[in-house]
Design a protein around this ligand. Structure first.
Ligand SMILES: NC(=O)c1ccc[n+]([C@@H]2O[C@H](COP(=O)([O-])OP(=O)(O)OC[C@H]3O[C@@H](n4cnc5c(N)ncnc54)[C@H](OP(=O)(O)O)[C@@H]3O)[C@@H](O)[C@H]2O)c1
Length: 258
C-alpha cells in the first residue's frame, strides 16, 4: 500500500480541541491538509478564525465552534455545530490542556481542580460525547488523546498535570477496550517538550538547559508530531487500539536529574 493513500483522512470529520494555538492548531492544519473537514474548538474565537483562514488558504475545509471544554453543554454544542457543518465527528483530537508550576505542598485546591478539570475530566467527557455520537450514527472512528511524557514520568512542580496525563493514558486504554469492537479506536500521543504558549516562559528561562537531558539534543519542533498523529488518526493505524505513542527525542529513556 502506498503511504500517501493509507495516511489520508478524506471523508473524515475531525474535531480538534485546543485548536487556537500550539499543537492543536498544527493537528488541525495537518488533518485538513490530508483531506479531513475540521472543526476548530477552543475559547478564543479570534485565534480560531486565524487558524480557519490558514486552513482555507491552503485549500482545506474548516469551521469554528467556540467552546469551553470544561463545560459539558458547551462541548455538546460544539459537536452539534460540527454535525450541522460536516456531519458526525469521526476523528476527535482531544488536545486542549493547561499547565501549572506549583509544588505539591503549595498546590491550592482551585488550581488542582482547574488542571484536573481541563486535562482529565474534559478529556474524558469529550471522548464520551464523541464516542456516543459515533455509535449512535453507526460510524467507525478514531479518538486521539493528547497525553504527555509527564504521564509516564514526573518532574518537580507537575503534580496535577502529571496525575491528569497518567490518567489520560488509562482512560485511553479503558475506552479502547470498550469501543474497539464497535470500530472506534482510541489511542494517545505522549509528546515530550515542544515550545508553545503552555511552556514558553519555562523553556526559555529556568528550563532552557533541559535539552541536555534529551537524547536527541533538542526540544520537539513543528512537524515532529505530524507522522505519529496521522498514524493514529488514519487507516494506517487501523489495528491500533489503546496505544500510547511517545514522541520525545528519547527523553523518557534517560534517567532524570534530581
Ligand atoms: N507543548 C508541550 O511541550 C506539550 C508536551 C506534552 C503534552 N502537551 C499537551 O498538548 C496539548 C496542547 O498544548 P500546547 O502545548 O499546544 O499548549 P497551548 O499552545 O497553550 O494550547 C493549549 C490549547 O488548549 C486550549 N484550552 C485550554 N483550556 C481550554 C478550555 N477550558 N476550553 C477549550 N480550550 C481550552 C487553548 O485554547 P483557548 O485558550 O483559546 O481556549 C489552547 O488552544 C495539551 O494537552 C498539553 O498538555 C504539550
Amino acid at each position: 500500500m502506498k503511504a500517501e493513500t493509507i495516511f489520508r483522512l478524506d471523508g473524515q470529520v475531525a474535531l480538534v480541541t485546543g485548536a487556537s494555538s500550539g499543537l492543536g492548531s498544527r493537528f488541525a492544519q495537518v488533518a485538513a491538509a490530508n483531506g479531513a473537514s475540521v472543526v476548530l474548538v477552543a475559547r478564543r474565537a479570534e485565534r480560531l478564525a486565524a487558524v480557519k483562514d490558514k486552513i482555507e488558504q491552503a485549500g482545506g475545509r474548516a469551521t469554528i465552534a467556540e467552546a469551553d471544554v470544561t463545560n459539558r453543554a458547551s462541548i455538546a454544542r460544539a459537536f452539534d455545530a460540527a454535525e450541522k457543518a460536516f456531519g458526525t465527528v469521526t476523528l476527535l483530537v482531544n488536545n486542549a490542556g493547561v499547565a501549572h508550576a506549583n509544588r505539591a505542598v503549595d498546590m491550592p485546591e482551585e488550581e488542582w481542580r482547574r488542571v484536573l478539570g481541563t486535562n482529565l475530566d474534559a478529556v474524558f467527557f469529550t471522548a464520551q460525547e464523541a464516542a456516543k455520537r459515533m455509535l449512535a450514527a453507526g460510524k467507525k472512528g478514531s479518538i486521539v488523546n493528547v497525553a504527555s511524557i509527564l504521564g509516564l514520568g514526573v518532574s518537580k512542580g507537575t503534580v496535577a498535570y502529571a496525575a491528569a496525563k497518567a490518567a489520560v493514558i488509562q482512560v485511553t486504554r479503558t475506552l479502547a477496550l470498550e469501543l474497539a469492537f464497535k470500530g472506534v479506536r482510541v489511542n494517545a500521543l505522549a509528546p515530550g517538550f515542544f515550545m508553545t504558549e503552555i511552556n514558553r516562559e519555562f523553556l526559555t528561562g529556568e528550563g532552557a538547559g533541559m535539552t541536555r537531558h534529551i537524547p536527541a539534543g533538542r526540544f520537539g519542533e513543528e512537524g515532529d508530531l505530524d507522522g505519529p498523529f496521522l498514524l493514529l488518526a488514519s487507516g494506517a493505524g487501523s489495528f491500533m487500539s489503546g496505544s500510547t505513542i511517545v514522541v520525545d527525542g528519547g527523553q523518557v529513556l534517560a534517567i532524570p536529574p534530581g
